[in-house]
Each structure stands twice: as structure tokens, then as C-alpha cells.
Design a binder for this molecule. Structure first.
Ligand code: DHB
Length: 361
């Protein structure tokens, strides 16, 4: 089999890239190791920056996002027992963030791709990328029990931190930067009406808490915890009590309701360099991992796809000037690095203000 761009990974970066390429008339095949059900239900952050919204709407994937996304013209910051509002739109001349789960974006992009009849294969096994230094890279994999070989002009590795595409970069060439933080976020999805219309970031002596939302009926809530926190030790009642203790300000009560999902996300940052080797390009978590703060993982992943899409298209068509593809790394690596520095600064601030670093136990 042949395609113009082989895309490994059906997360936000891979699916957005596939969509942008299609708009340029470029064929691609998307390969995903997980099942459709799995990728459509893994709960992730939900903050879309203006540029991400613009990319998705421009790519024709903004219909439900526009209908159901919760536009925020401001956010709340709570500390010292007081809540303050940061009027984002006023301060930025009209830009806003939109709360819309990454899970929903993935569902929308999958539906659009499958409706168009474009190739997207789930549950592929033994994916490996070969000959990336030649002008005919190949991806081998097993699909529905049959070994397959896909010859490509270019390969996009959008297969996340645990993906295989980064392995195509020789050890002596790859540089990796890590930072592991000594805490995590316990995230819950609750069938409870959000008591707040906008996200609120709370800094308290008991640890950080974040009030977010998914719809008028569903709240998304986070509590700072240990990175190895056992979710089993968090019955619903304990979660609500801890949230209340951290977010209470006069005149404010949290609405309680059944908790549908609970999970712990460890906080870590990772940046790999280079983002390109020969004909393989890394995008999203394959190249840089960020904490869930501010939805930075999804926003930078979609930003990578936006930057890479038209450049791959121009290259496949033979219209690119020499060196065009090098600009992807030149432009996107500093973004990954900046987000890492920004997150690091924010964490140090939170840690300094949280008594004993981690208040739980
Ligand atoms: C979510 C919201 C945030 O403001 C954030 O920083 C991270 C995650 C969320 O709704 O999942």
C-alpha cells in the first residue's frame, strides 16, 4: 500500500493533521494502536485556546464545538480565601478560551474522517517505522491479524509519549529533557451542575484545586494529590469534602452529584529534540509532554499539526522551497520548551505556597 503521509496516532495532533492535509488534497492513512472506544472515552483536559478553536473551525471540525463549547471571557483565581476574576477578553482585545473536552474533539475528528471514507485504522499492532532517512519511508503493522506495509512520502509521529515513532531517531541524535513533579491531580467528572460559570483555579494551604465544567449538568474537578495517590482511597464523600474545604469562599456552595470518573494524572514535563529525523516528524506528546494545567498538551499538539500540515502538503506536491520543513522544528520546539518553563514556574509558585508542599497526609 502507498499513501502520501502516514500518520501514527489518532489523538488530537494526528487527527487534526489528517484533516488539514485532506483540505490541501493530500492523502493520508491514520494508524492507532488503541480501539475507537478507548480513544473516544479517555478523559483529558478541556481548555481550548483561541488559536486551537480557530484551527478546528478552519478545518471544518468546529460545528459541535461552536454549539456546545463553553466560551470563557475570563477565569477565576482564588487565593487567601478570596476569588478574583481575570477578564481575559478585555485584556486581550477579544480573545477567549473555550471549555470543550479533548475527548469531544477526538470524537468529532474521528466522525468526520470516517464519514468522508478516509482511512483510519484502530487496534493496529506491532507498528514500526523504517527507512526514515531514505526518500521512501515505510510503516509496517498488523491489522486484523494481517501484516501490512505502508509506503509513504512522509511520516508523522503523533503517537504520544509511549509511541514508536520517536524510536526512529537514533540514540546519539535524540536529546531528552525531563522534569517529574512530586504530585498529581485527582480528576473527577461529576454529574452535578457547575456552581460556577467559569473555571476557577484555587490555591489553598490544603493544596491546589480546580473547578471546571463540561456542560450545564457536568462538572470537571481536580484536587492536587500525591503522584501515586490511590483512587480507591477516595470515596465520593471524601472528594466532595476535600473540594469544599479547598474551594469554599463566603456565599459559595459546590453542587454535589454522582461521580462518574476518577483518575490520577502525575505531573511531568518532557521535551525531545529533534522533532524531525529524515522523513519522520514528531508532533504533540511524541515530542513534548505537558501537565494538564491550561490544557497545554492538547493546545500545543494541535498547534504542531497546524504548523506541520501545510508544510508537509507543500513538500508532497513539490512546491516547498529547500529548508521549508526545517522551519517546523525551528518554530515549534521553542513552544514546547516555553510551555515547560512556564509550567515549571507555575509549579514552584504553587509548591511554595502550599504548606509542607503537599498537604494531603
Ligand atoms: C481543565 C480546565 C483547566 O482550566 C485546566 O487548566 C486544565 C483542565 C479541564 O476542564 O479539564
Amino acid at each position: 500500500m502507498r499513501t502520501q503521509v502516514g500518520i501514527v496516532g489518532a489523538g488530537p495532533a494526528g487527527l487534526t493533521l489528517a484533516r488539514l492535509l485532506r483540505a490541501e488534497g493530500i492523502e493520508s492513512v491514520v494508524l492507532e494502536a488503541r480501539s475507537r472506544d478507548y480513544v473516544e472515552h479517555r478523559i483529558r483536559a478541556g481548555v481550548l485556546e483561541q488559536g486551537t478553536v480557530d484551527t478546528l473551525v478552519g478545518a471544518g471540525a468546529g460545528e459541535r464545538l461552536r454549539r456546545e463549547g463553553i466560551v470563557h471571557h475570563g477565569i477565576g483565581l482564588q487565593f487567601g480565601g478570596e476569588r478574583h476574576r481575570v477578564p481575559l477578553s478585555e485584556l486581550t482585545g477579544g480573545a477567549a478560551i473555550v471549555i470543550y473536552g479533548q475527548t469531544e474533539i477526538v470524537k468529532d475528528l474521528i466522525a468526520i474522517r470516517l464519514d468522508a471514507g478516509d482511512p483510519l485504522h484502530f487496534e493496529v499492532e506491532d507498528v514500526a517505522v523504517h527507512d526514515v532517512e531514505s526518500d521512501r519511508p515505510r510503516i509496517t503493522y498488523v491489522h486484523e491479524g494481517r501484516p501490512q506495509e505502508l509506503e509513504c512520502d512522509l511520516v508523522a509521529g503523533c503517537d504520544g509519549f509511549h509511541g514508536v515513532c520517536r524510536e526512529a531517531i537514533p540514540a546519539g541524535v535524540l536529546t531528552e529533557f525531563w522534569r517529574e513533579y512530586p504530585y498529581g491531580w485527582l480528576g473527577v467528572l461529576a454529574h452535578a451542575a457547575p456552581a460556577h460559570g467559569e473555571v476557577v483555579y484555587c490555591n489553598t494551604e490544603r493544596g491546589f484545586a480546580l473547578l471546571s465544567l463540561r456542560s450545564p449538568e457536568v462538572s470537571r474537578l481536580y484536587l492536587q494529590c500525591r503522584p501515586d495517590e490511590d483512587v480507591g482511597e477516595w470515596p465520593d464523600e471524601r472528594i466532595w469534602e476535600e473540594l469544599e474545604a479547598r474551594v469554599a469562599v463566603p456565599g459559595y456552595t459546590l453542587n454535589r452529584g454522582p461521580i462518574a470518573e476518577k483518575g490520577v494524572t502525575g505531573m511531568r514535563s518532557y521535551v525531545a529534540e529533534p522533532m524531525r529525523h529524515g522523513r519522520v516528524f514528531l508532533a504533540g506528546d511524541a515530542a513534548h509532554v505537558h501537565s494538564p494545567v491550561g490544557g497545554q498538551g492538547m493546545n500545543t499538539g494541535i498547534g504542531d499539526a497546524m504548523n506541520l500540515g501545510w508544510k508537509l502538503a507543500a513538500t508532497v506536491r513539490g512546491w516547498a522551497r529547500p529548508g521549508l520543513l526545517d522551519t517546523y522544528e525551528q518554530e515549534r520546539h521553542p513552544v514546547g520548551e516555553m510551555v515547560l518553563r512556564m509550567t515549571d514556574g507555575a509549579y514552584k509558585l504553587v509548591m511554595a505556597r502550599t504548606r509542607a508542599g503537599l498537604a494531603l497526609r
